[in-house]
Design a protein around this ligand. Sequence first.
Ligand code: DUC
Ligand code: ZN
Ligand code: ZN
Ligand code: ZN
Length: 466
Amino acid sequence: MSRTAIRGGLVITAAEETRADVLIEDGKVAALATPDSAFAQGWTADRTLDATGKYVIPGGVDAHTHFELPFGGTASSDTFETGTRAAAWGGTTTVVDFAVQPRGGALREGLDTWHAKAEGTCAIDYAFHMILSDVNEGSLKEMDLLVGEGVTSYKLFMAYPGVFYSDDGQILRAMQRAAGNGGLIMMHAENGIAIDVLVEQALAAGHTDPRYHGEVRRALLEAEATHRAIQLARVAGSPLYVVHVSAEEALAELAQARDKGLPVFGETCPQYLFLSTDNLAEPGFEGAKYVCSTPLRPREHQDALWRGLRTDDLQVVSTDHCPFCFSGQKELGRGDFSKIPNGLPGVENRMDLLHQAVVEGRITRRRWIEIACAAPARMFGLAPHKGGVTPGGDADIVIYDPHAEQTLSAATHHMNVDYSAYEGKRVTGRVETVLSRGETVIEQRRFTGRAGHGRYVPRTTCQYLA
Ligand code: DUC
Ligand code: ZN
Ligand code: ZN
Ligand code: ZN
């Protein structure tokens, strides 16, 4: 039996902050105790990690990543190996990636493909949602089966006609099925049919620069789709999780539904909290680095999103990590913004950026842990093993230095992408040591993990509904 003690730190969970030592046995949290208690003093450990002056927090749970995703005529540039290693560097110890049902194919086929990409390569634990890109009787039957196997959430797209898009009838059928089998429908809520009209008109008018990506993907079309998704979910009697909420107007739809007591949940991402259309309008073709969907919004929307996180109208912050190199990938859209692959890197930056929000007084320390660790774990059926520092739970733990200063940069990050969306941004706070099931994967800012340590984690259904 291997035993590790973490001593002298401030343990922060979504529920409380306590000065406590943590004992880890065989990859699980065995006990927490006040440092000067006879109990803690009596622990014998093979290894002691000193956390004096540091935070001891649950490993981050990033419930929205896209590693090796074929998209926009290319594929996202992080593999499961590089992406999970970068996640570990940033204090994230579990990712939930999206396996894609091939159009005209089976869910099982997509899931097998994603298992093959991830198996034996991950530095940290991983799970899968599925993207439903072809809703029909066959795929709905498969959903019943896969929910039982631990793939308990399904993303649908109201955007991207011809690629992932589902129409309202398909959406309603999928929601009805989820209402019966316990699955959680995740929605990309943008009116893609209307957006495609505006794209065509913009290009015809010679508006080809990256900033027009933000202009055609109107906030109202995110709000309209969000409203429609909520009403369809009500009709189906299913819960709903709206991914990457970026617009104040869409958030207002969620807030209104939640005020009615409906089981409607929302996620936002660091890029909507820290970046804006100012970035999309950077000179030359630089704006391409910030092309993602939903798009970045004018700065005013940020305050609304922060408020939503404080009032729990938004429950989760995930990254939607979907990196494309500027060179050779983003450049596919020179002269036509609609050909810029959609997506931003960020899996390594999420915990630090949200800690910066703590430093700036936008959220409390416990809310930081709630939105980045505990809530995503409960939302996607990973608790109590993930998302906390709980006796019996996995020892996925980060020793975090709240005083270290760092500058975010592509020169020092570990994501396999040639730029940082946060280049030059100064933040206070940095990951020092990371344990995944008791094994150090980052130790004093050195990578000590290995490809293949990370395991696939089957999930239970959404724990917000129990
Ligand atoms: N949005 C992105 O920016 N990238 C991947 C898919 C999506 O919906
Ligand atoms: Zn999406
Ligand atoms: Zn607006
Ligand atoms: Zn996504």
